[in-house]
Design a protein around this ligand. Structure first.
Ligand code: P6P
Length: 338
């Protein structure tokens, strides 16, 4: 048993990535190093979050608004800067595209053979930071196509099948890193005493159905009728319970591990919804499909959506295949009546 425990403690993130990419050849080294840098970013952010309440300028707002028109919190800026610092000298990526930056950050002198771009939401759910509830970082890795001399990053405006890896870091009671490179979904728990992310769940599968529906019912009267039809259905039927934390990563992680469905629908005023495609809904959709679940806008798979701009938004219905299909059935029913 001791030997088994030691073996488990030795299954670190970088070893797991190399195992997954055995057939990839030299690219495997780059991707393993890249994932290791993401893990370093996660550790730096987790460390700051743990001490934020004890530091002068870690919590609260900066007074600025970001490209999304949202108030920027000090932790948003810190986490964004962490990813840039971690990758600046790494020689692993050419560009970083973030929710917190209007344009991507270019690192041309370090543009490697793989020509990777890191897309990320450095702190998702930052409204939870000041009340010590879970927040997360979401990331996706794509390969640059073309040389983007005008730095328009137009090659990023492609569908989610262009992602070669995706994942998130959940800063909760423990810090958990979840990723997939197309060979299943795997979770690692940070062992602070080792400073290593150790494999804790391998080949995670989303159950076909789950008891949770996760949505902000405060928007009930802003939605299309079809979403209200779905909510009325779950209210009337046993076996469903509502869970909503206001932070996407934690709400999705519950669905990934236990099944159910998370929704952030569009509203009549904002049919495209609130969540951003390239660094929120597409990475999570990649994971959901890798884990045997589904992710749709309500009418088409998220991974088929081609963004018209870097910060494009999509509605999101994600989780157990049966539960996503149930939501879609209410949407198609209303479309038939229209
Ligand atoms: P609402 C956080 O701001 C976020 O981007 C996601 O993490 C979360 O799921 C959603 O917005 C919460 O939005 O409108 O329910 O407060």
């Amino acid at each position: 048993a001791q030997a088994a425990a030691l073996d488990r403690d030795c299954m670190t993130l970088s070893r797991h990535v190399l195992q997954q990419l055995q057939s990839f050849g030299p690219e495997a080294q780059d991707l393993s190093a890249l994932m290791n840098r993401i893990a370093l970013a996660g550790k730096l952010i987790a460390r700051r979050l743990t001490h934020a309440g004890l530091m002068e300028d870690a919590l609260g707002f900066t007074g600025r608004t970001n490209v999304q028109g949202e108030d920027v919190k000090r932790m948003d800026v810190f986490a964004n800067d962490v990813f840039i610092s971690v990758f600046k000298q790494s020689g692993l990526v050419c560009r970083l595209a973030s929710e917190e930056m209007e344009k991507p950050y270019y690192i041309p002198e370090n543009c490697p053979v793989g020509r990777y771009t890191l897309l990320y939401d450095p702190i998702d759910g930052s409204s939870n930071v000041d009340i010590n509830l879970n927040v997360g970082s979401i990331f996706a890795i794509r390969q640059q196509t073309g040389d983007d001399v005008d730095q328009s990053a137009a090659d990023l405006l492609q569908d989610g099948h262009e992602q070669i890896a995706a994942g998130y870091i959940l800063y909760g009671p423990s810090t958990v890193l979840v990723y997939s490179m197309g060979y299943g979904v795997h979770a690692f728990t940070l062992d602070p005493s080792l400073g290593e992310f150790i494999l804790s769940s391998e080949n995670i599968r989303i159950p076909e159905h789950g008891p949770t529906y996760s949505v902000n019912e405060g928007n009930f009267w802003q939605w299309e009728d079809s979403i209200r039809d779905f909510i009325r259905y779950v209210h009337r039927h046993d076996g469903y319970s509502a869970r909503y934390s206001g932070a996407l990563v934690g709400d999705f992680h519950r669905i990934l591990m236990q099944g159910g469905v998370f929704l952030y629908p569009g509203t009549v005023k904002k049919p495209e919804g609130k969540l951003r495609l390239l660094y929120e809904t597409a990475p999570l959709a990649y994971l959901a499909e890798q884990a045997g679940g589904r992710a749709s806008t309500g009418t088409q798979p998220i991974l088929q959506v081609v963004p018209d701009k870097l910060h494009a938004r999509t509605p999101l219905v994600i989780g157990s295949s049966d539960d996503v299909a149930l939501v879609e059935s209410f949407i198609s029913e209303r479309q038939r009546e229209a």
